[in-house]
Design a protein around this ligand. Structure first.
Ligand SMILES: [Zn+2]
Length: 314
């Protein structure tokens, strides 16, 4: 059994043919223009999919297309109701639209949820029934698996864990509220904070960097740079406070971290674990919460979206 899994983003559309073991067979990608009508961009995607599957030996084994889409969805009806990242996408019947053009069954899911599905079925979350996954990238994404099943809210509108407020009246968030976890724990947030502090720390090596990203900040932190140390210290506190809330609400068996900042791996995880210790509710007798890195990287969304098609055969 093979399905096509597609990750639709604001700048690119990336897809792959994926078998029911979660293995990627072949890939395709195309540029995405978020400002144009969805019928045009997704029309191009359908042409690409048709071209992609045309001469594949396994064409007859392809059972459908799974789409990971950013935004507010009606998952059952296959409609994107709105998307903060794709302003022209209003009530776009994407499943019908794609099905008519590629002649395959189509399922849709919120993009953050597709990532946790991929990890839960084929990645770091494989042996767990209750998982919270946090993606630390441009924004902060979230995904929830409860009792082995995806929990993605009414209509599949996603688990917007990044928009939990950790500081009342805090930093402005892209969602319109202030103080969201995303405004503190995203890669964008730590970079912005670095830039805001450059003048206050004229001796910091960050002043000499052409491009400031999370990797550079963590590198300089390890070298003892004062500004970098302050940034990482505060970053760990904010992220850990968010995770502590999710820990107290869901008490998952495991937290999975993915996205750019998570590339810091065990170095970052150790700091978070140290901060979270003795702070989660009932910590004296409660089990410790393991934190792991997501293992599928940027493929988790594609694999998770494809896995929606395998569900009916389970
Ligand atoms: Zn927000």
């Amino acid at each position: 059994m093979i399905a096509i899994g597609v990750d639709i983003g604001g700048t690119s559309i990336k897809g792959a043919s994926i078998n029911d073991k979660g293995e990627i067979l072949d890939r395709f990608s195309l540029k995405m223009d978020k400002e144009i009508e969805p019928e045009i961009s997704i029309g191009k995607m359908c042409d690409e999919i048709n071209k992609f599957i045309k001469n594949k030996k396994y064409k007859s084994k392809i059972i459908g297309v799974g789409l990971g889409v950013p935004g507010i969805l009606d998952k059952e009806a296959g409609i994107v109701k709105s998307s903060p990242n794709l302003p022209k996408w209003i009530n776009f019947k994407i499943a019908d639209f794609v099905q008519k053009r590629v002649n395959l069954r189509v399922k849709i899911v919120n993009d953050a949820s597709s990532a946790v599905l991929g990890e839960a079925r084929f990645g770091s979350g494989k042996n767990y029934q209750n998982i919270i996954m946090i993606t630390l990238g441009t924004g902060v994404g979230g995904g929830i698996i409860i009792n082995g099943k995806l929990y993605d809210g009414l209509g599949g509108t996603g688990a917007q864990l990044g928009h939990e407020v950790i500081r009342y009246n805090g930093r402005q968030c892209s969602c319109g509220r202030k103080g969201c976890l995303e405004a503190y724990a995203s890669a964008t947030a730590i970079i912005k904070e670095a830039k805001n502090n450059l003048k206050k720390y004229p001796d910091s090596k960050l002043n000499k960097e052409d491009v400031i990203d999370a990797k550079v900040i963590f590198e300089l932190e390890r070298q003892g740079d004062k500004l970098a140390k302050k940034l990482v210290k505060e970053y760990v506190i904010y992220l850990s406070e968010g995770l502590l809330d999710f820990c107290n609400i869901f008490r998952p068996e495991i937290f999975l971290l993915s996205g750019g900042v998570a590339n810091e791996g065990d170095y970052l995880i150790k700091k978070i674990v140290k901060y979270m210790k003795k702070k989660h509710y009932g910590y004296i007798n409660a089990p410790e919460i393991p934190i792991k890195l997501a293992s599928l990287g940027y493929d988790s969304g594609k694999i998770g979206a494809a896995s929606l098609l395998f569900e009916q055969y389970e």
